[in-house]
Every structure is written in structure tokens, then in C-alpha cells.
Design a protein around this ligand. Sequence first.
Ligand code: FUL
Length: 481
Amino acid sequence: MKARQLISIAGLALLACSAKEVAPPAPLLPVPSESQLAWHAMEMNAFVHFTTNTFTGKEWGYGDELPKVFNPSLLDADQWVSTFKAAGFKGVILTCKHHDGFCLWPSRYTEHSVKNSPWKNGKGDVVREVAEACKKYDLKFGIYLSPWDRNHKDYGTQAYIEYYRNQLNELFSNYSPVFEMWFDGANGGDGYYGGKREKRTILGSKYYDWPNTLELVQKMEPTIIFFSDAGPGVRWVGNEKGIAGEPNWNTISPDTLYAGKGGIEKLLNTGSENGTAWIPAETDVSIRPGWFYHREEDSLVKSPEKLFEIYLTSVGRGSTLLLNVPPDRHGVLHENDVTALKGFRELLNNEFKINLALNAKTEASSFRGKSNQFSPSNLTDSSKETYWATDDEVKTGSVEIDLGNKKAIHYIVLQEYISLGQRVKSFNAEIWKSNRWESVAQASTIGYKRILKIESAETDKIRINFTAAKASLVISNIEVY
Ligand code: FUL
């Protein structure tokens, strides 16, 4: 008994020793911040466009809409947020102010807000109701505050920048915690501007003095993620169709970008392999043709199948999906949208029901220092924190997953351990069929998550070949459905 104990103690010591000897891969810079990592893991968030436009039928209000048009009869933020929760969203971003300048909270800096609307006799606060509902349902709350303001008389001057910052101060002091701040780049020039009804042009790269504004917000909300075309937290994906790039690099060089720059959609879509900053793409798309609710679009709500397709081209390409679901004139989500979201959730549950690779036997062409800490079994252990890694100089390799017996497969899900940087440039998947390997998919980047759709195949063995990478391979997870 004693001898056996001794041996096992010696074995443990040896193991600890060998684990110590093999250092983990050095991070490949740039790497995500803690807040960005948390943002990646959210995967799906809801966007809510709601303002006077909902009642006037516009997409971009001119800024002369009277507050009295804003009058939802049954506003129910709980209905919005509970629907989002059931669909699997982790956060909600609300248009607290869109380009028309109308504020959904009773801002003390303007009369153009809910406080002058008939809704709840001017005592209502949509921002508060949504922030509270998010707390209740444990979703994170985010703020869209349009920099372009077609109502404000001072738009275009320094006084407006002060106004904008005052509003940020107000929002962040009253509705914190806020996980993401959306700075939209749109600017069409003309507007009401306190009655002047004229065109005002600003220099997008300079006017807003973003560095100082962001610093102000960051002081109030240190973990905030800033969205804009340019980041610095997350970038626009370059289209409003729900399609992330192929490849999709989380890295890009921000010195070439600024919010609203234009003409860089392709670059935003793919990112750049050797980008100097970690600024991942967020895929924003609406469940309807417009961002705001219009009754004539009730029959044009995207189907569950279309939403699932968008899921594959956004989350499935290493991006985060920001799906807009706009409340109607009553202030509730329309039943067509609710039904579509339910169907979407059912599809996700059905398509990704049983992970056939969970705890499957896994072999790799090599693993880092032959240390168990980096063994290929980490790929199928259901933990995103453990990973398979190769030696520093090894940038290609294969992994074979034994499913035990023949199974129909439809999807392969891969995840890189992005805390150490994004590395894989290209890879492919093969299945074992009629005594040989048959190619079923080819792809470029992985990043936080990559989902390969396989056209109906039956197999008992899968091989993933990593054919090019920027540095040694560090893969945390493989799932098969
Ligand atoms: C655009 C805006 O102009 C749209 O109205 C919408 O808010 C969309 C998400 O961003 O730039």
C-alpha cells in the first residue's frame, strides 16, 4: 500500500514537473482585453430601434417631429427583454437618441424628449424601463446615442459637443452598468437644427473629438465596449446584411479608420491579418427591412431559416450578432417578430442538439512539448479554458476525432483560444468514407468561433487539417453536430 502510494506521489511529482517545464505559447499580439473577451462570449445581442420614427413612419427623422407624436399605448419593456432572453440574446442595445435628436429619457439638457410627450403624462422614461428589465432578466444593457442630431440648434459647433458629453454624463450616471456604447457614423447633413432647416457639414475625422469623449465615458464605465466603424472596442462589419467576412480577422489597424469614414466597408468586413489592434467585427442587421417598425413591413419579417442563415454568417464566422427587433406603435414587439425569434431559437436548439464529439477520442499530429496540458483531448472536453497547442515552430497540423461509430454530421464548430491571439489562416475538414479521407469543407479564419456547415455526410471519423497560421496553433474547442 505504502509503496503504491509512494509511486503515485512520485508520478504526480513527475507530471507536475513536466507540466512546469512546458511553457504555454506566448500571446500573439494584439490580444483582446477582458471586456472584449466577455463581449465575444455573448455571441448574440438584440438591437432596439424605437423613437418618434416609430410613429411617423420614417427611418431618419428630420428633427422637427413634435414630442407629442411619441405615445406608445402599452409600452412593455419586460415583453421585449423576456422575448430576447428566451431567444438566447445576452444583451440589449437601445437607441436612446437616434438622428432626430428625440431622447427616450427625460434629459435635463433638452426639451426634445419623452418628458414633453403624452406618454405617461411626460413622466415616463424608456431608458430606465429597458435598463430595469435587463437587470430583471439578467441581460446586459447598451446605449446608442447618435452623434448626429438633426434637432439640436448647436449641431456643428463646439457647444453641441458639450451637449453630447452632458448627455453621456447623464446616461452613464443614471443607467449604469452599460456594457456597450454605440457611436453611429451616419451623417446626412440636413436637418431642423432648432428651426434653421439647413445643411450642416462637419469634418467626421475631427469634429466630435472622440478621444476626449471616450475618455470621459471610460472614467464612468471602465469596462465599456465602444462600437463605431473605427472601434476602438468593436468595429462595424461593413454591411447591414448580417454577413461577416471570409476571412474575418479580429485585428485591424485603426489609424486608417474613423467613424463614418466610408469607402472602407471591405476592410471592415475582413479586418486585416496584420492589423495592429484587436477590434473585432460586430454584425448588425434588422429582422425587418427597416431599422424602425413600419406596419407595411409586418409581412417582411425575416423567417427563422433566414435568421439561422445569418447566425451562420455572423456568429459562425467569429463575429457577434446584433439583431435589431423594433417595437411597434403600441410599444411591444409585434407577434410576427416574436414568432420568428421563437422559430429561430428552436432551429438553433435542434441543429445544435447533441455534440457528437463530446469526450470523443482525439489524436493530433503533435502537441506542445508532449505535455498533457496541451493534449488534443482538450479539444473535446467541453471546456473553453483548456486547449490543444503545438510547439512554437509548428504552424500546421491535423487533428483526428473518432466518433465511435457512424453518424450523420451537419456542422463542425471550432474555437481558437483567442486570449493568446488569432492565429489560423486556413484549414479544412475531411471525413473518413469508403476507406479514405474525403474533403467536406475548406475555410480561412476561426477566431472566437467558426461553424462549418457540412452537406449531409455520414462518418465515424473527422480530420481537421490546419494548413496555415500566423503562429503555433492554439485551439480550445471542436464540436460536431
Ligand atoms: C445607421 C443609421 O443611420 C440607421 O438609422 C441605423 O441606426 C443603423 C444601425 O445605423 O448608420
